[in-house]
Design a protein around this ligand. Sequence first.
Ligand SMILES: C[S@@+](CC[C@H](N)C(=O)[O-])C[C@H]1O[C@@H](n2cnc3c(N)ncnc32)[C@H](O)[C@@H]1O
Length: 282
Amino acid sequence: MKLKDFRTFFNKELSNLYPKTEIDAFFFRTIEHTLNLQLTDVFTKQDLLITDDNMTVLKSVIERLKKEEPIQYILGETEFYGYTFKVNSDVLIPRPETEELVSWVKETVEHKKTKLSILDIGTGSGCIAISIQKELPTTKVTAFDISEKALETAKKNAELNKVNVNFIHHDILSNTTINDKFDVIISNPPYVRELEKDEIKNNVLNNEPHLALFVDDNNPLLFYKRIADIALTNLNENGVLFFEINQYLGKETKQMLLDKGFKNVVLKSDLFGNHRMIKANF
Ligand SMILES: C[S@@+](CC[C@H](N)C(=O)[O-])C[C@H]1O[C@@H](n2cnc3c(N)ncnc32)[C@H](O)[C@@H]1O
C-alpha cells in the first residue's frame, strides 16, 4: 500500500473513535516510529510503498488504538523534556505538567554552586530523575519506587539517556529509615481520589498502573504527609521540597505543609488556573 493510501485507511479505521486532530497526531507518531520517516516525508513521499512486514506492524497499531490503548504504550516510547523514554504498562506515561515541575526545580536550583543531592520519590519511568540528571549534570540523583518493574524500566531509561541515577526499591509508606540527606526532594506521588475516577478517560483507567494513580478518598494527602515528614528529617539546611499536586487539593496541601513548619510555601498554577505544583523550604 502507498503511504497516501495508508493515511486514508488509518483515518477511516479510527474516525469513529477519535477526533481528527488526535488521529493525525497518532498517524505522524506511528509513521515516524515504524517507518523512520520525518513529518515532512508524509507530504513529500506520498507514493512511498509500504512493505508487507511494515503493514503488519502498522495494522496491529490500528487494532490496539481501537482498544483505546495509549499510543505511547503501543509504540513503547514517549518524549519527556526533550528526551526519549521507554514506557510500558508498568509505568505511568509522563505528562506535560510534570515537565513544568522539572523546569521549576531547574530554575530554582541551577544557580547554586555546590554539588546538589536530589531525591525523586515515586520515579516510575524515571522521567523526573533522569531529566534532572541530564539538565543539571553535576547533581547526584537518587530515585525511589515501590514497583520493581517500574524500576527496571527506569534503569533502561537511564541507560538510554546515558546518565547515572541511583535507583532504589523503597516503599515510602514503610517505616524504613532513610539515612541520606538531600538538598532537594521531588515527588509526583499517586494523588487521584477514587471519587475522581469518573473524570479519568478509559485509555488511562484501563491501561495505566493504578498503583501510580489512586489514593483513598479518606486520606488523599497520605503520600504528601509522609514525604513532608521525610523532608523534615532528610532535607539539608536550605533544602527545598517540590510536589506535583492534585489540582483540587492545592489549599489543603499548602496548609498541611505550613502546619508541619515549612516556610515559603508557593503554589503554582497551570495556564488554566489549576493548582498543579507546590514548593516549600524548610
Ligand atoms: C504518579 S506516578 C509518578 C511517576 C513519575 N514520577 C512521573 O512523574 O511520571 C507515582 C509513582 O509512585 C510509585 N509509588 C506508589 N506507591 C509508592 C510507595 N508506597 N512507595 C514508593 N513509590 C510508590 C508508583 O509505582 C508510581 O511509579
